[in-house]
Design a binder for this molecule. Structure first.
Ligand code: ATP
Length: 328
């Protein structure tokens, strides 16, 4: 295999704190190893439109502590089509880019997989999403920061909830995964979490109302994963149900929204992003392609992109028991 001389890097999908630390690590490791680095702006949209600029050691200075992504990001409909992806490939050829690093979530890595299937370009995926929903890695870049942001908000809501004896439904992000809701519930001492992974035949709301509300508790906080694609779920849905089915309770809803994405990345995310960015270049130099860099038991692992995006990442059932027991 010919030596890789020029790499491109893009960030795609939802932004996540730590993406800049990742861009910095990829850029500096690649330059250290004698490669040229191009930053591709606005994800696949910029790849198609040729929004490309060389990155240097200096251009990524002073970015490790910043949230968001200096390369910006986008959702791109055109990349869903073979024609769009062909245009993206033309851009890579025009700039002499031999390999591509894609930082993003499930959708972005799906796109990378489609792209690699059609074009001869080594791709390394880096899991950049607050949702923590990629299979094969214990953590994704941005998840820890978002978790801490949520916990800080819940602590504040707890102060006001206690004063008024209310049930608060707090909606958090996570797409179809409940990692943010479940773990922020444990970390904030919430009474319950309603997550997609636990929606079997058990009605989580009825369970919470019958077991979770104790008279001695002056307030109840329930972390709820955002609405699922079929419209069922989300804090509003459960609050409406309480108003209809249990009118004796005073209910409030807080949707944390995009503040969960922002802010300075935590030390954990900066280190994770630095390790993963470094590992992505090492992997390319070893001749790896079409893998996602993950971390498992604190060790860097290579996961085929096809596996990272296809399998549902299971939530540890013990976390559900921990919350149930500790909130009684
Ligand atoms: P987050 O987890 O933060 O939402 P994400 O990477 O999952 O991030 P998406 O909006 O799902 O975000 O995907 C980002 C982009 O990836 C899409 O706008 C599209 O351009 C591309 N993409 C997603 N799925 C595919 C696919 N099946 N084929 C080709 N491209 C895709």
């Amino acid at each position: 295999m010919a030596r890789i001389k020029t790499i491109g890097i893009l960030t795609s999908g939802g932004d996540a704190p730590g993406m800049n630390a990742c861009i910095r690590a990829v850029t500096r490791t690649a330059i250290f190893n004698g490669m040229k680095v191009y930053g591709i702006y606005r994800g696949y949209e910029g790849l198609i439109k040729g929004e490309v600029e060389e990155l240097t050691t200096e251009s990524v200075s002073n970015t490790i502590q910043r949230g968001g992504t200096i390369l910006r990001t986008a959702r791109c409909k055109a990349f869903l089509t073979p024609e769009g992806r062909q245009e993206g490939y033309e851009t890579l050829k025009r700039f002499g880019i031999d390999a591509l690093i894609v930082v993003g979530g499930n959708g972005s890595l799906h796109g990378a997989q489609e792209f690699a299937a059609e074009h001869d370009i080594p791709i390394i995926g880096l899991p950049g999403t607050i949702d923590n929903d990629l299979y094969g890695t214990d953590f994704t870049i941005g998840y820890d920061t978002a978790l801490n942001t949520i916990v800080e908000c819940v602590d504040k809501i707890r102060d006001t909830a206690t004063s008024h004896e209310r049930i608060f439904f707090i909606e958090v992000m996570g797409r179809d995964a409940g990692f943010l809701a479940q773990n922020s519930a444990i970390a904030s001492g919430a009474e319950a979490a309603i997550i997609p992974e636990d929606q079997t035949d058990v009605d989580q709301l009825a369970q919470f109302i019958s077991h979770g509300i104790r008279k001695s508790k002056s307030s109840s906080i329930v972390l709820v994963s955002e609405a699922r694609k079929n419209g069922v779920g989300g804090a509003m849905y459960y609050a409406d149900r309480v108003r209809n089915e249990y009118p004796q309770y005073d209910v409030r809803v807080t949707i944390l929204g995009h503040l969960q994405r922002g802010g300075r990345p935590s030390a954990f995310d900066r280190i994770l992003a630095s390790r993963m960015g470094y590992a992505s270049i090492e992997a390319l130099m070893e001749g790896q392609r079409n893998i996602m860099i993950g971390v498992s038991n604190d060790e860097i692992v290579y996961v085929p992109i096809s596996r990272a995006v296809k399998k549902d990442k299971p939530i540890d059932k013990e976390l559900i028991s921990v919350l149930t027991v500790l909130s009684t």
